[in-house]
Design a protein. Structure first.
Length: 273
């Protein structure tokens, strides 16, 4: 995608990954609109972007509130004529207790922001993108925790919510028209306000954004950064493959129980009738 002249709406855009991506997009010629609840942080971020000669606007609101997200879309269309790009980046951390001991109100709040907040963005913006038929893009910031558990224990609400985002985007990519490009951003350990481990070897946020932005420009779907993630994915899937090999190995005719192939056969049968 060519970002020059486009309007990019970035939730959670005042700090961290969202702000770093705003700089990348803005320097490539995009106009950016930042969104999050803290107006003072939004104003600070917009001022920095403006000093970089980037067209930056902002609106305060909560992605967990559908009405706020609809107001964000109205703002983008009113102020800039249209939004071309949505970056579902807003997210919160926390919830480090075990699954058994986790406070349920805290768990629900994590899902309200990290999962339902993304769905609010997708539903609101994709309907407008589909209706006007213009070239557009939706990116969602997931996590390495979409692919495996970065920490072996605790964080069940955060990790499961990020797994859910991966599934949500995987379904969406098969439903949207070709005019809407999609991408899943998969950060590893990146310096941000979400991390409690800032003194460690986390990737610099601007370096991360520069790497991800190159992949956005190339219209990639999986937008990746941390090479060692492959090791953790291999650990998980080796265990899954081993279970299938032991108890459900491939055999003649097993494709008859595959759901996708069954639907293909049904569509073919209807087409021939």
């Amino acid at each position: 995608m060519d970002f020059n002249g486009k309007t990019a709406v970035i939730t959670g855009g005042a700090t961290g990954i969202g702000f770093a991506l705003a700089k990348q997009m803005g320097l490539a010629g995009a106009r950016v609109i930042l969104f999050e609840p803290r107006e003072n942080r939004l104003q600070e971020a917009a001022e920095i972007l403006t000093e970089m000669a980037i067209d930056a606007k902002y609106l305060a609101g909560d992605v967990a509130q559908l009405g706020d997200v609809e107001a964000l879309a109205d703002f983008a269309w009113t102020e800039n004529g249209r939004a071309d790009i949505l970056v579902n980046n807003a997210g919160i951390g926390g919830g480090r207790a075990s699954v058994i001991d986790m406070d349920m109100d805290e768990a629900r709040r994590l899902y309200e922001v990290n999962f339902w907040g993304v769905w609010n963005g997708i539903s609101t913006f994709a309907k407008r993108f589909r209706e006007d038929g213009g070239a557009s893009a939706i990116y969602t910031t997931a996590s390495e925790n979409s692919l495996f558990n970065a920490l072996p224990k605790t964080g069940g609400a955060y990790v499961s919510g990020k797994h859910a985002l991966l599934g949500l985007m995987d379904v969406l990519r098969r439903e949207v028209p070709d005019t809407i490009k999609l991408g899943v951003i998969i950060p590893g350990w990146v310096k941000s306000e979400l991390s409690d481990f800032q003194a460690g070897e986390a990737m610099d946020t601007d370096d991360f954004a520069a790497l991800i932005f190159k992949q956005m420009q190339a219209d990639e779907y999986y937008l990746v950064s941390h090479p060692y993630n492959v090791v953790r994915m291999q650990e998980r899937w080796a265990e899954v493959y081993a279970a299938f090999e032991k108890y459900a190995p491939r055999q003649e005719g097993d494709d008859q129980m595959d759901v996708q192939l069954w639907f293909e056969r049904m569509r073919a049968a209807r087409g021939n009738s």
